[in-house]
Structures are given as C-alpha cells and as structure tokens.
Design a protein around this ligand. Structure first.
Ligand code: FAD
Length: 304
C-alpha cells in the first residue's frame, strides 16, 4: 500500500495552507481533491476581507493558494476520499484512486450548501434554482429573482445579482439581516433589492422552469405568491463528511470537534477549516486552521 507521512483531504484554503506549512516542514504529503483545487471560494466574484487585498476575486484566491503550494513542490491528486480506517501506527485513507497509509491525516473537506427542502427545489435545480450567483446570475438578465437567506453570503450575492436582474427579492425569516452591517446597509440602499421580511419559502413553483415562489409570513401565517424566474438559495452550510461515518467525535450538527491543536478525538487525525466546529467560516480562518493543523500533524509525526 502507498505510504505517506501526511494525507490532506480537501484542496480548499484550509487544505492548501496545510500543504504549504507541511511541505515547508519537510513532510512527505499529498493533497486529495475530488473537485477543483481552490474550494468553495472559487464560486464567488468579489472578496473584500482577505487581508492584504482590498478586493480580489474568489477564483484568484483559489488559484494563488494552489500556485503557492505547487511552487513548493506539493503533490496533488484528484481523488475522492470514501473512508478512513484509523490504526495504531498509521491511518488508512480509502480513495477512488486506491488506499494510502498515513501517519497523520488532516480533514479539510469544507462545507456544502444547505438545501431548503421545500417542494419544487429538487426538481427545478438547474432550471431556475441555483446555489451559485457567479455561475448562473447572467442567465437572469432583466428578470426578477429571489435570494433566500439573510447571512453574509445571501446579502453579498444578492448585491452581485443586481448587475443582471431587474429586481432581487431577499426572503429572510427575520425582520433584519444576520449579515454584517456593511453588506446589509449596502443591500438595503440598493434600489433593485426588495427585502421580504419575516418570511419563509413554502414552495418553488413551475413546471419546466421556475415561475415563482410561495412565501409564508411567519408572524401572520399569510401566504403569497411572487412571480419570478430564478431562486438563489443561501441558507447556510453542512459539513462535507459523508465518508467519515463515526470515526471522529462530532457535534449534533455534524461538524468535527477538535482540541486547541485541531486534533480530533482520534490521535493523528486533525480537522481544519469549515468542516470543523468553529464560530467563523471564512478563508482567513480556514487558512489559519490549515497552518495550525499542519504543524500539529508535524509534531505528531516526529513525536515532538
Ligand atoms: C458564495 C460564497 C461566498 C463566500 N464569500 C466569502 C468571502 O467573501 N470571504 C471569505 O473569507 N469567505 C467567503 N466564503 C467562505 C469561504 O469560501 C470558506 O470559508 C472557505 O472556502 C473554507 O475553506 P475550506 O478549505 O475549509 O473548505 P472548502 O473551500 O469547502 O474546500 C474543501 C474542499 O474539499 C473537497 N472535498 C470535499 N469532500 C471531499 C472528499 N470526500 N474527497 C476529496 N475532496 C473532498 C471539496 O471539493 C473542496 O474543494 C464564501 C463562500 C461561498 C460559498
């Protein structure tokens, strides 16, 4: 079986930063990625809170992380991890490209979008229901769309959609956004944005394409129909851990619990970034986690 000192699962900001730190510490490592190196940030247009850059695209962040790790000689492999079997001296990482035995493993598989779960969402995904404004926003030029959610991602992506759409409803279950003050104020002062407060989506309607949504006011119980062509869902995230089973201790929400060195309940298995039980899920925190997890893995491997 192939042997590595460190296997890093996930090639987003956390995994790529772990690779940079691990490689500079001299570890024999590989980064496994099932999709695109760069992670979730690739799908956002403008990032204003990556320190050192007043404005940078998500694609450029992902690319610079990958280029940096590549420059240091890190090994990358496109493979999906399907399971981990913990062991005494080494853990076995099962992948779509074979098994790898590793002295330490860093799980940095990030998060995926939470679904609304309402009627019409699954059947109309790709036919007007989207989870990516950068990917699909331009399809709705001069049309009316809705963003569902009230956090930073929802509010920022709603502002981005006003470049194309004639009107952007933001349907939120409370009467004020959860997003930070700056993006919230920016959205509320945009004449194309119409908040629909205290409301949840009952159904997404349409036969072949989205034709509208039915919303219910959570205070009055009244329902109303809003005709529109697109629905962008940003109602939070869930950890990408289908492969993990009950290997590591997790929170009720499924996020991995770690100690202050980012070690999980299994010695030698670490977690970094969005997949971890953490109060802030951003590029900067994922990168910080990646650095700490790599150095903790290094000390685990060399016995320091
Ligand atoms: C629309 C949007 C806008 C955002 N805007 C900002 C912003 O402005 N500023 C900011 O700081 N953050 C922003 N974020 C959040 C930021 O993208 C995340 O916090 C960050 O990407 C987390 O990095 P990560 O490495 O932990 O996880 P991810 O970026 O999710 O990377 C995890 C990687 O693991 C891979 N993976 C998953 N499962 C497996 C498996 N079984 N096998 C192999 N590989 C696997 C995935 O394909 C993915 O590439 C935004 C996110 C979104 C979606």
């Amino acid at each position: 079986m192939e042997q590595k000192e460190l296997v890093i699962i996930g090639g987003g900001p956390a995994g790529l930063t772990a690779a940079i730190y691990g490689k500079r510490a001299g570890l024999d490592l590989v980064v496994l990625e099932k999709g695109s190196f760069g992670g979730q940030i690739l799908i956002t247009s403008e990032v204003e809170n990556w320190p050192g850059q007043t404005m940078i695209s998500g694609t450029d962040i992902g690319k610079t992380f990958h280029d940096h790790a590549e420059h240091l000689g890190c090994e990358f492999r496109r493979a999906e991890v399907t399971g981990i079997t913990p062991g005494e001296g080494a853990h076995v990482v099962h992948t779509s490209a074979g098994d790898i035995a590793a002295k330490a493993v860093i799980i940095a598989t990030g998060a995926a979008f939470r679904r609304l779960g309402c009627p019409g969402e699954a059947t109309l995904t790709g036919a007007g229901v989207s989870y990516c404004a950068v990917c699909d926003g331009a399809f709705f030029t001069d049309e009316e769309v809705a963003v569902i959610g009230g956090g930073n991602t929802a509010v920022e992506e709603a502002c981005y959609l006003t470049r194309f759409a004639s009107k952007v409803y933001i349907v939120h279950r409370r009467n004020e956004f959860r997003a930070d003050r700056v993006p919230s104020e920016r959205a509320l002062s945009n004449p194309k944005i119409v908040p629909v407060w205290d409301s949840v989506v009952e159904s997404i309607n349409g036969t072949e394409l989205v034709e509208g949504i039915t919303v219910r006011n959570v205070k009055t119980g009244e329902t109303s129909d809003i005709p529109l062509a697109g629905v962008f869902v940003f109602v939070g995230t869930v950890p990408q851990l289908d492969f993990l089973g009950d290997v590591c201790r997790r929170t009720d929400g499924g996020w991995i619990e770690t100690d202050r060195r980012l070690q999980t309940s299994v010695p030698g298995i670490f977690a970094a970034g969005d997949v971890r039980d953490t109060p802030l899920r951003q590029v900067v925190t994922a990168a910080g986690d990646g650095a700490l997890a790599a150095m903790s893995a290094y000390h685990h491997i060399v016995g320091g």
